[in-house]
Ligand binder design. Structure first.
Ligand SMILES: *Cc1c(COP(=O)(O)O)cnc(C)c1O
Length: 341
């Protein structure tokens, strides 16, 4: 199959319209069988539930070309399950796991010409999402929904090299105790926009959010979970009910334990102990891990020993091993790679 004429190495992280997307509608209490369509626009009633009360959830995952030329996605079953949990929390019908996997397979296969070649560093980003479509004016869940899945090629995350991030401890919260921090919903992002814009205006790359109940414990950033490495090479990640359970983070913990023989801990992490760590990284589908070099807590600078020019040694090993698994250079645990073709 002939690839599109795209300068893969110079793509950013933006929307590029691809040939087809998958759509399924939920009406009268059931999902229809779903179709691939070339139509990238959605026509909605002015009073659609999603427009009035933000009833929408989403997912993000990637398709890669492996070293031996297959197109694969990484653990899409976990995205399917997480989307089911997100939908249930917002009183939306769940889109069944098998249907989700079928939508991933069909959409990627139909857009195979947009899957960046092995070695380009670029990937095909997939965005499944669901939203309430019928008119809703009194506050209640919609009756009818649409599931869609589109894809867009995205460039290498560390274009021009790795640059450790500088982040600040935010005065805003991203999630309420017992709220929706653990689900992947647009509403968590809408309310984080002000915090991220003000962080950028003040010269920071990201916000570190603390637990909203006591503001003493590390939670996550707007779109990535934290991994810390202790000075004796233990991998530590914060545990909290209001953190979004990152698939990348869960995979990295497995890699740390089973591939690198490191001790791993999922536990509460106090802000006051962050200065004891040797390395810090942000994990998510977009970057796998981005190293953090500096954390600023209201003027107090916490400089990670790994510094501002490269990934720390453990972060680097985690990054190389997981990307090696995703690209088929290192044997994947059973079930991690979903082969499209
Ligand atoms: C999507 C997301 C992540 C990363 O999850 P992955 O499954 O690793 O991509 C982390 N935090 C938040 C708030 C997210 O929305």
């Amino acid at each position: 199959m002939e690839k599109k004429n795209i300068d893969w190495g110079n793509l950013g992280f933006g929307y590029v319209r691809t040939d087809v997307r998958y759509v399924s509608n939920y009406t009268n209490g059931a999902w229809d069988e779903g179709v691939l369509t070339e139509d990238s626009n959605i026509v909605l009633n002015e009073c659609a539930g999603v427009l009035q009360y933000a009833q929408t959830v989403f997912e993000g995952l990637k398709a890669y070309t492996t070293e031996d030329g297959h197109i694969v996605t990484f653990r899409p079953d976990l995205n399917a399950e997480r989307m089911m949990a997100s939908a249930a929390r917002l009183e939306m019908p769940v889109f069944p796991k098998e249907r989700f996997l079928d939508a991933v397979t069909k959409t990627v296969a139909a857009n195979a010409a947009y899957v960046p070649p092995y070695g380009s560093g670029a990937t095909l980003y997939l965005r499944p999402y669901m939203f309430g479509v019928n008119p809703v004016i009194g506050v209640k869940p919609a009756n009818d929904y649409q599931f869609r899945l589109f894809c867009t090629p995205v460039g290498p995350y560390f274009k021009g090299g790795v640059k450790p991030l500088t982040i600040r401890v935010s005065d805003f919260d991203r999630a309420a105790p017992h709220g929706t921090g653990h689900i992947k919903a647009g509403l968590n992002y809408a309310m984080s926009l002000h915090a991220i814009v003000s962080a950028h205006n003040e010269g920071y790359d990201e916000n570190m959010y603390l637990d909203p109940g006591t503001r003493t414990k590390v939670e996550e950033t707007g779109g990535a979970n934290f991994l810390f490495v202790t000075r004796d090479n233990k991998v530590v990640t914060p545990k909290s009910d209001s953190i979004l359970p990152s698939i990348t983070r869960r995979s990295l913990l497995h890699v740390a334990k089973e591939y690198l023989g490191l001790e791993v801990e999922e536990r509460e992490v106090l802000l006051s102990e962050v200065s004891d760590f040797a390395e810090c990284g942000l994990c998510g589908t977009a970057a796998v891990i981005s190293p953090v070099g500096k954390i600023v807590d209201h003027g107090r600078e916490i400089c990670l020993p790994s510094g501002m020019t490269e990934m720390g040694p453990v972060t680097k090993k985690l990054y190389d091993t997981l990307t090696g698994i995703q690209m088929g250079r290192i044997e994947a645990p059973k079930g991690w790679l979903h082969v499209i073709e």
